[in-house]
Design a protein around this ligand. Sequence first.
Ligand SMILES: [Zn+2]
Length: 54
Amino acid sequence: MSLFRKAGEKFEETKRAFTNAREPAFVCRSCEEPVSEEYEHCPHCGEAAVEPVE
Ligand SMILES: [Zn+2]
């Protein structure tokens, strides 16, 4: 239960980061970390799960 709650809080932080960013942002669908470029592989977790965010 607490694990799901923690994941939800992290997702809220990620959304806030996008709101504050003025340039196009990307996010890793695997670890939900925001990244500044459309990396082929996420610099945080190494998964090929980086996608653009609108
Ligand atoms: Zn990642």
